[in-house]
Design a protein around this ligand. Structure first.
Ligand code: ADP
Length: 434
């Protein structure tokens, strides 16, 4: 091919130059015929260029290139083949895209692609039924304008996306959704939404069942505890053989009552997202009262309990819930620290928010237990638990209260040396007094 167009160019030049030189020989004037010849050659090239330009601009798909001679013919053909190849590649890519889109469109889970600012780029059919997105009106809209739940806005703005988020569907209150966002490419977001209504209903049934059973057991237990108390108040009328049994029954009855109270509290904490009474709480005063209770609990065990609290830092939230969480941590420190041990309670703040911490010089916890401590009824050592009279629900309550106050729990412990439980509160929950 190369040879062809080279010889064609050579032939053209020869055909141009020979007549010009002949005319020059006859007339004795070489410059003018050469100029006319080169001008004609140039005009022919410009004409071919214009033909190429018109063909490229007005070409219909699959339209063959214009006929051309020599070098121009070669150029027309090459461009045509390049375009055909490009069309074939594009066709194959389109087929792959179509298949991916068809399969994601058929998914029962919603798939939504958002740009780096959270504006909608693409979504499948399930996104329309689960989130109510409308094609094509919603294209380019911000996702936080379409899913307006306050928890979603907070989740999206935080930008961490470590855990999935559960929400009711914005189009149907009966649908419960789980949303998970992943970043990809150039900080774009891929959002997957699953319908977990069935799972949510089962979870709700479990919660209701536990709450109802706890509630129903409360009355008979109160009656039994009442009679036991009356019997033990009149201890002189009781057959001495039954005295120990009655005392143990009273002890276990009190344990059951604590258990029911904790179960009911957990059920209440799970029922809503955030505390209903979101008021400023004076944590320093709250901790002073908890410290006094801890001293009473320690009684003859002579723990050295100290408190350092910043009086200028207050927390937004529910005082009852915070009291229950903080006292659980402080009372645990008393329960799991040997006599005369040291317990330090601290409440302080910095630019990352505020921290409440309890450090003890107690028995400590092995690292392998730490991640599971906040599970309900999880105990490091069950013999230890029955000895301390704990319910195994204390840290689960702490976790739930903290979740409701946008805080997190950090546990550090060295067996035999002691533990530190720290609650980290974000700046938006903290109020500083001047
Ligand atoms: P419990 O009612 O049994 O204390 P919690 O949920 O409060 O239940 O605590 C779970 C387990 O974590 C406890 O059984 C105990 O083994 C361990 N634990 C909690 N706090 C401490 C602590 N300060 N020192 C050592 N172990 C602790």
């Amino acid at each position: 091919m190369n040879q062809n167009w080279r010889s064609a160019v050579g032939r053209h030049l020869l055909l141009l130059l020979v007549p010009c030189l002949l005319v020059g020989l006859v007339s004795g004037e070489y410059a003018l015929p050469l100029l006319i010849g080169i001008g004609a050659y140039l005009a022919w090239h410009i004409k071919q260029l214009l033909r190429l330009h018109t063909w490229l601009r007005e070409r219909r798909p699959d339209e063959a290139p214009p006929e051309g001679y020599g070098l121009w013919g070669e150029i027309f053909d090459n461009i045509y083949h390049l375009q055909r190849r490009d069309q074939r590649v594009r066709g194959r890519l389109q087929a792959v895209i179509d298949r991916v889109q068809e399969s994601t469109a058929a998914l029962r889970d919603a798939v939504i692609m958002l740009d780096r600012d959270g504006n909608l780029e693409w979504w499948n059919r399930a996104a329309e039924t689960l989130l109510g997105l409308k094609t094509p009106q919603d294209s380019g809209q911000s996702i936080t304008n379409l899913v307006r739940h306050p928890r979603f806005k907070e989740y999206f703005e935080q930008g961490e996306f470590r855990d999935a988020l559960e929400l009711p569907s914005p189009v149907n209150d009966h649908l419960h959704l789980q949303l998970q966002i992943t970043r990809y490419g150039n900080s774009e977001h891929l959002m997957l939404v699953r319908d977990i209504t069935r799972l949510h209903q089962l979870e709700q049934m479990r919660k209701d069942f536990v709450a109802n059973v706890s509630h129903e057991l409360r009355t008979p237990l109160t009656v039994i505890a009442g009679y036991l108390e009356t019997l033990l108040d009149n201890v002189e009328d009781v057959n001495p053989r039954w005295l120990r049994a009655l005392q143990q029954m009273q002890q276990q009855g009190a344990r059951m009552q604590n258990l029911l109270n904790d179960l009911l509290l957990l059920a209440k904490l799970e029922a809503t997202d955030y505390p209903s009474d979101n008021v400023p709480v004076s944590v320093d005063l709250l901790l002073l009262s908890i410290k006094n209770d801890a001293q009473a609990l320690s009684a003859g065990r002579c723990h050295r309990i100290s408190l350092e609290a910043d009086p200028h830092l207050r927390l937004k939230g529910s005082e009852t819930e915070l009291r229950s969480a903080f006292s659980n941590l402080v009372f645990n420190a008393v329960k799991y620290t040997p006599d005369e041990g040291e317990i330090r309670i601290r409440w302080s703040g910095d630019e990352n928010g505020a921290q409440f911490s309890v450090t003890d010089s107690g028995i400590g916890i092995e690292t392998r237990h730490l991640s599971r401590l906040t599970e309900r009824f999880y105990r490091v050592d069950s013999s230890r638990a029955s000895h301390t009279g704990g319910t195994g629900l204390g840290l689960a309550i702490v976790k739930h209260v903290l979740l409701r106050h946008r805080a997190r729990l950090e546990i550090a412990s060295v067996p035999g040396k002691g533990s530190t439980f720290t609650c980290h509160f974000p700046p938006q929950q903290v109020i500083r007094r001047g």
